[in-house]
Design a protein around this ligand. Structure first.
Ligand code: ZN
Length: 263
């Protein structure tokens, strides 16, 4: 494919993810205040200045305005840029991994790609919120569950990586034991719901996803213990990384592991 066209597509995917991140950030910021996030136009939280379209371009506006509101010159929270960059970047990562390119253009574009472009920004949002308030927002888990239902229904009609009943197995295979841990008080209910929703979407790939989450979470936990810093460790961000890797490479990891075991 021509390098110019390729760059243009990459830029568009990144900006799509970043715009979604910007929108999700508004939901995160306005949600607790019970403010309408669709009808109310975006405004500066300090002076109430309603933002123009050129002040709403993801990432670009933040950099051009040097992190300040154009009216009152107050500093804009770093969370805005972080959400936009992470959502845009993760959407691009998913796109590059799942789409096959050829010299003519895009070779294959499946519904898995479209789902990923929504899933990855949602994973970023729930991680940011879990780190901030140690709670996974319901709308994030709900969105992933809806994506799971859509993927399950579509898998009945089209040939895919994940067969329809594997979606159903994925929903319970990890979430059920997690629910027991939760009952015993060793785990948060939000993590169980997220595992069930993501399992419905990922099928068997939820197993390596959770293993990856536990390994990264474990390493992080030990590092925190050693540094003797007091910190609440939330599992949401680790689960999100695991789910992202599981969605993109889960079945490859399972094949690799079963070949390894078979010798
Ligand atoms: Zn302002």
């Amino acid at each position: 494919m021509e390098i110019f066209l390729f760059s243009l597509i990459c830029l568009m995917i990144f900006m799509f993810g970043a715009a979604l991140g910007s929108f999700f950030n508004v939901i995160l910021c306005r949600g607790p205040k019970k403010e309408d996030f669709i009808k109310t136009r975006s405004y500066c939280p300090e002076c109430g200045h309603v933002l123009n379209w050129y002040e709403l371009v993801p990432v670009v506006s933040f950099i051009v305005q040097k992190r300040r509101c154009r009216k009152c010159m107050c500093r804009i929270k770093l969370q805005y840029l972080l959400m936009e960059v992470l959502c845009g970047g993760s959407a691009l990562w998913a796109f590059m991994t799942l789409v096959e390119f050829s010299s003519f253009g895009i070779e294959s574009l499946t519904y898995e790609v479209i789902i990923a472009l929504l899933l990855f920004p949602v994973l970023v949002s729930l991680s940011v919120e879990d780190i901030k308030v140690t709670e996974i927002p319901y709308w994030c888990t709900g969105t992933i569950a809806v994506l799971g239902v859509i993927a399950t229904v579509l898998s009945v009609f089209m040939p895919t990586k994940v067969v329809w009943y594997e979606h159903l197995i994925g929903m319970v295979v990890i979430a059920l034991p997690f629910a027991v841990f939760c009952y015993l008080g060793a785990m948060g209910g939000g993590d169980v719901q997220l595992t069930a929703a993501a399992g419905l979407l990922l099928g068997w790939a939820i197993v390596p996803a959770v293993f990856i989450a536990m390994i990264i979470g474990g390493v992080f936990g030990v590092a925190v213990k050693i540094s003797k810093k007091r910190a609440v460790i939330c599992f949401g961000p680790f689960l999100s990384v695991g789910i992202a890797v599981g969605y993109l490479y889960g079945y490859e990891i399972i094949h690799w592991y079963s070949n390894l075991m078979a010798g």
